[in-house]
Design a protein. Structure first.
Length: 378
């Protein structure tokens, strides 16, 4: 049986040939993309404005948000947020899985709740109790050891009941007695007669229980910087996990006020509008753009994040993968023939018919040797 000779692709190709400079093409592509990025950054890039916002203090460029900055800039907002954390009345407190057991909080699509399914399989992957993790624990560790008054207030508050276990449902975090104290104090803080400094709160006398002492201690440890250190603490030597601090900050209003002032809010393409580093995360345009779709009702859609995630799977993964087999979609290249611009030289060379095949200057390969070992002819 004769051995079949392998075809050499360069020696058997009969079509047109032209030189291709990969280095030149790559250089042109890099320069073009760089110019487009600089142009986009100059038109839509976020300013290097630090933490400035209308009515706020001056902030140097690059200043990071912190509990201390929050306390100095708006102690009223910090105090009211801390009260709501004790009552589990913030966004984090009622978020549901993977943070807590709050029922009815999970986003759903046609009755399916992926977060509940994940919780059933893996449990709560990041259990948080806002009352304990954001207020009581840091106050107990940072303020109570040096202040018997604060230690007594924390003990009295805990003795009034409430579930401080990790991941407790929002409705179980505060007992009825604690809820009464918190509601009374929240109304006092919101009143026009309330006076705030970064380390003190003045409100009319009322039935607040130990709450005023605890909240004042929260402001004090925020003001001296120890609260920021508490949130950054880790058993690891170096920690880059800022989840706890970020959730606490985002439960307040100052965080959102600054984001909106800097043009990085959710309705301002904020995910890809990075501060200080131009041009930002431009590759996230599809994800950020989903939040701008009016049909999804971004301002009042309890399932918005899940809707966006499903659309990302559809348009960012499934559609590109199966586009060649989807009717109409696979015809778009014929309707918008950009490929003709890319291969314009090829089409120009074949305008008068197929070009003649170039004669190769390489010698023809020798014929294969006979299988019986006899001398090769010729």
């Amino acid at each position: 049986m004769a051995t079949r000779a392998k075809r050499h692709p360069l020696r058997t190709w009969q079509g047109p040939e032209r030189r291709y400079d990969l280095i030149a093409e790559g250089t042109i592509a890099v320069i073009l993309v760089a110019v487009l990025c600089i142009l986009a950054a100059s038109l839509w890039g976020s300013p290097d404005g630090g933490l400035t916002y209308p009515g706020g203090p001056k902030s140097p460029a690059g200043q990071a948000f912190s509990a201390k900055y929050w306390d100095v800039s708006d102690p009223s907002d910090l105090a009211q947020t801390a009260v709501q954390e004790l009552a589990a009345g913030t966004t984090t407190g009622g978020y549901g899985p993977p943070f807590n057991q709050t029922s009815g909080a999970s986003q759903e699509f046609i009755g399916i709740k992926p977060a509940e399914i994940a919780k059933a399989i893996f449990g709560l992957t990041l259990p948080i109790n806002t009352a304990n993790d954001f207020v009581l624990a840091p106050v107990s560790q940072l303020a109570a050891p040096s202040s018997p008054v604060v230690a007594a207030a924390v003990s009295r508050y805990k003795a009034a009941g409430g579930d401080l276990s990790p991941g407790a449902a929002a409705g179980q975090v505060a007992s009825s007695q604690q809820t009464t104290w918190l509601n009374n104090y929240a109304k006092a803080l919101a009143a026009s007669s309330a006076k705030f400094t970064p380390t003190s709160i003045t409100v009319p006398a009322g039935k607040y229980g130990p709450v005023p002492v605890i909240i004042t201690a929260e402001l004090a440890i925020a003001n001296n910087g120890s609260l920021d250190g508490y949130f950054q603490g880790s058993q690891q030597q170096l920690s880059t996990n800022t989840s706890m601090a970020t959730m606490f900050f985002s439960d307040g209003t100052l965080w959102e006020t600054i984001a909106e002032a800097q043009g990085v809010g959710g309705d301002q393409w904020g995910v890809m509008n990075e501060l200080w580093n131009y041009p930002g995360q431009v590759w996230l345009w599809l994800y950020s753009g989903m939040y701008q779709i009016p049909a999804l009702n971004p301002s009042n859609n309890a399932n918005l994040d899940l809707d966006v995630g499903l659309l990302m799977i559809l348009f960012g993964f499934l559609l590109p993968m199966f586009a060649p087999w989807i009717p109409i979609i696979n015809r778009i290249p014929r309707w918008i023939p950009l490929y003709k611009i890319i291969y314009r030289q090829y089409y120009a060379s074949t305008a008068g018919g197929p070009p003649a095949a170039e004669v190769s200057s390489e010698p023809a390969p020798p014929p294969p040797a006979p299988p019986d070992g006899s001398p090769t002819p010729g």
